[in-house]
Design a protein around this ligand. Structure first.
Ligand code: PMP
Length: 435
């Protein structure tokens, strides 16, 4: 078994055994913890999926009851109350009271749905030439042909030319800015590039701008607080739709229902997945504004897209239970506060460490960027990275280490003791690493 990302980025030609050591074989999960086939226990931080932890009894019980009453129905062909309830809940969360929700099977499917929808929207409006998409450098949007084509991070080269008409705009990465100068200067540069691209291509050839409010796969990359509002302004000025890919950031991960809320924007479409069902069942969802729906369904129009398993009743019940828990147990507030506590403690203890370039995050989406030289910001070597990942694992932490960035996604339910464990172990591991 070779992990796909390791397989693609395998400069040392790691053997299957070495890959196994980096990607342990998990046999059990409980709350914030997982266990491997050798009985080792790890704090599980690898993906933004588990919001309420693993093996949660309340979610399992609701799902079990659902299996017993209606174990399958396809929303392509029939309705069921749980899909309706979940749609209502999601549209309220997105502050789009009259929007609609389209269910799919994963995050890529949710982005792909959004891309196809906006194209059909413009065709319906008599503007079929609006087919292009703009997205940002460093973004990750998925693996399907469309979502892969708007993904910027190097991955698309592996399948040759992507979908025609997808363009990447520089993004004002706060630690690795695209141009020299202060924050305002590189933010301005990116906005100018966006506007220039729109004018060069012609606004009436563009379908939508896709954003990932905080770039997850790229290493929890945050942008200046008002950047997305300015992007939204440009989208409105040129009459372009705005798609927010909140597959990673959505549904509590950042301590807000949506990261878009934190940044004060209201996208026309929102793609969700990971935290939606917290890993209990695969599911994606796309929230679509009323205006788009009204256009698409005028005169009996239909959106010819969908897959057999979408809107699965067990997935809907898992999602409804998780959303209820987030609300009833105050998990947004908890994620905000505990995330801030972790960030502060890491900064207090590690900002002077010679290999720590940056410590950043929001809510339960955290990262440490490791460099071999703090002046030049040169990334750590592959050998160092491998040793680091192995030491982390020995210390009982399973997190993502990609391109020199350690990304960490604790569940929103992380306890004080678990947060303390995370910080203490990380400080300890970094103290052990060769300088
Ligand atoms: N968008 C974002 C922002 C993601 O982080 C991911 C998954 N890493 C996707 C889309 C694709 O989701 P999936 O892997 O479920 O297809």
């Amino acid at each position: 078994f070779l992990h796909p990302f390791t397989f693609m980025n395998n400069p040392l030609q790691a053997t299957a055994e070495e890959v196994r050591q980096t990607y342990p074989c998990l046999t059990k999960g409980e709350g914030a913890w997982v266990y491997d086939d050798a009985g080792n226990r790890y704090l599980y931080l690898s993906t933004a999926v588990p919001t309420v932890g693993l093996g949660n009894r309340r979610v399992i019980q609701a799902m079990t009851e659902q299996y017993e009453t209606l174990s399958f129905a396809s929303t392509c062909a029939q309705g069921h109350p749980f899909a309706n309830q979940l749609s209502e809940r999601l549209t309220r969360i997105a502050h789009h009271e009259h929007a609609m929700v389209f269910f799919s099977n994963d995050g890529s499917g949710a982005v792909e749905t959004a891309m196809k929808l906006v194209r059909q929207y413009y065709r319906s409006k008599g503007e079929p030439q609006r087919t292009r998409f703009l997205s940002f450098e460093g973004s990750y949007h998925g693996t399907t042909f469309g979502s892969g084509s708007v993904t910027h991070m190097g991955i698309k080269e592996s399948f040759g030319p992507g979908l025609e008409g997808c363009f990447s705009i520089p993004a004002p990465h706060l630690y690795r800015p695209p141009v020299a100068g202060d924050e305002a200067a590189f933010e301005q540069y990116c906005l100018e590039q966006l506007e220039k691209t729109i004018l060069t291509l012609g606004a009436d050839t563009i379908a939508a701008i896709l954003i990932e409010p905080i770039q997850g796969v790229n290493g929890v990359v945050l942008f200046p607080q008002d950047f997305w509002q300015k992007v939204q302004c440009i989208a409105r000025r040129y009459d372009l739709l705005l798609i927010a890919d909140e597959v990673g950031t959505g549904l509590g991960r950042t301590g807000h229902w949506l990261a878009s809320h934190h940044y004060g924007i209201k996208p026309d479409l929102v793609a969700l997945s990971k935290g939606l069902t917290g890993g209990y069942f695969p599911m994606g969802a796309t929230i679509i504004s009323e205006e788009i729906i009204a256009e698409l369904y005028k005169e009996g129009g239909i959106f010819l897209h969908g897959s057999t398993l979408c809107g699965h009743p067990v997935a809907c019940v898992a999602a409804l239970t998780i959303l209820e828990m987030i609300e009833q147990d105050g998990l947004l507030e908890q994620a905000r506060q505990r995330g801030e506590w972790i960030l502060n403690r890491l900064k207090q203890s590690l900002l002077d460490h010679p290999q720590v370039g940056d410590i950043r995050g929001m809510g339960m989406m955290l990262a440490i960027e490791l460099v071999s030289n703090r002046e030049t910001k040169t990334s750590v070597s592959f050998a160092w990275s491998r040793a680091f990942t192995a030491t982390l694992r020995q210390a009982g932490i399973l997190a993502n280490f990609f391109n020199g960035v350690l990304s960490m996604y604790p569940p929103l339910t992380l306890s004080d003791d678990e947060a303390d464990y995370l910080v203490t172990r990380l400080i300890d591991v970094l103290a052990k690493m060769p300088k």
